[in-house]
Write a protein that binds this ligand. Sequence first.
Ligand code: ADP
Ligand code: MG
Length: 626
Amino acid sequence: MSKQTLSFQAEVKQILHLVTHSLYSNKEIFLRELISNASDACDKLRFEALNDAALYEDTPNLEVRVAFDPEAKTITITDNGIGLSESEAVANLGTIAKSGTREFMAKLEGDQKKDANLIGQFGVGFYSGFIVADRITVESRRAGLTPDEGVRWTSEGAGDFEVETITRPERGTSVTLHLREGEDEFLASWKLRSIIGKYSDHISLPILMRKEEWDSEAGQQKLTDEWAPVNKASALWARAKNDITREQYEEFYKQISYDTEAPLAYTHNRVEGRSEYTQLLYIPAKAPFDLWNRDKRGGVKLYVKRVFIMDDAEALMPVYLRFVKGVIDSADLPLNVSRELLQESRDVKAIREGSTKRVLSMLESLADSEDAAEREKYAKFWKDFGAVLKEGVGEDHANQERLAKLLRFASTQADEGVSLTDYVKRMKDGQEAIYYITADTLSAAKSSPQLEIFRKKGIEVLLLVDRVDEWMLAHLFEFDGKPLQSVAKGAVDLGKLQDEEEKKKTEEAAEAFKPLLEKLKEALKDRAKDVRVTTRLVDSPACLVVDEGDISGHLARLLKQAGQDAPKGKPILEVNAEHALVKRLDGSAHFDDLAHILFDQALLAEGGQLEDPAAYVRRVNALLTA
Ligand code: ADP
Ligand code: MG
């Protein structure tokens, strides 16, 4: 028999330090975590046994047993799942292979009394045992190995652990917690039962505890040798909706998502028809820290006829709904389905389409609810996930219209929460397009000179400041039959919104301005594609616009920031013939300087950067000292 002392990986030491020194509230979650591991181990055995039924040996009924010993002050959680080989025990209980540990640690630094619940979030649940135990012993034998290939793993939760080979006839794992001083409250049957009821009721295998009976001699309850289930032992999603309470739905969510907060909304349905499946899907209340990682796999677990098949089955949800958590249990897929097969399966396609629609309905019922509190929930959702949902406008053409209705923007009338439907309702008589402007920030958008005429006429303009907006707009051309039109593209054509008199005035101004325009074009020929007189400006002397088909200055800047080459098109300079500065051009001795300053200011006003700031300063100074 070999016995080795090994050192924990540095990250584990850090976690253990935190666990033993600063997790105070919700200590009881250690039991949830250990039962969850036992349940995972049984799922894994079931899955491996699909190809090798011999792994069941002579105990095909999978179960978890929770026992305690008041004298020895121990709690033991035993499962007959897949078990651990010696090398697996060393690797899985001594190191953390997952990413995200650093974020976890960062989250835990700071506040004083930390919530133990956090530990489950980062998939390091096993170590939560050390919240209440000063020594943990794990004894295990992997399915398929012989009894003399068992392992005992022991640690006091400091720097190291011991492993030795043992003989263990039973397959599976026992985790024994040697409770710390002062943790005796967990050595009571009712206490353990109530924790199991609270956190683990939905676990689909039986969790057994010894029955108690009244010992009249001793005047107290006494443990018997009879084991009985404490939970309902049916997968939550397989039960009838009416039999499930909101608390149970929420607890199940917390268990699968490791979120500490209740979900924003959930939907639970049995779908029948060409493809038969059950879906239980949740929308989290808060964005996870890695929401922006598009490569992250989805949060939906796949089961086939209650058998767990895989986590993060990304084929079940479109990428833009990667924040959705839940379970899909198919009645049609083969049990040995692989990720590759999933991508091609027609059943999966039907599941994905059906589930996408469900999630959209869930969002719609929040967004369109009569109840202000529900609409408030949608506003909250939008803050955290709106930018992700926008990806769907381009990705999911089949649902584009539904998605467009769910979009919310800032506008010249409200800083947030403006839907396209609201906008269309507020459109002026004779207004034919939905106007928008894109910019880097809300304040840049608001102070953009292009908005001046729209303000003057009281026409609402959407202010789009998310990075994905430009991309989304490349896919969304109209809403409710109205084209979406950038106020910074093409000439302003307010159509029927402009009265005849105004039109005439512009034409006259343009005519009178013609000689000056030619001079301006000549002076700026390297920088501007064209120079023209505009009616879109009220207070500003000039602004830049691009031709209808060209990419906006904003998009060009985004591309540049992303390290991509933006097609180099020249903008059009539009001038306000009524502005004092523009009037000064005529006959000015500093015509050239004024022309360039006009252009530079227009560029600055839209959030652009001067190519030659020193030249700008020189020109302004020349004028100031003239
Ligand atoms: P997670 O469950 O998220 O993987 P844990 O810290 O809870 O993280 O567990 C770490 C690992 O230890 C598991 O992934 C698994 O490989 C192993 N493990 C823990 N408990 C058991 C068990 N009862 N049976 C088999 N393996 C287990
Ligand atoms: Mg776990």
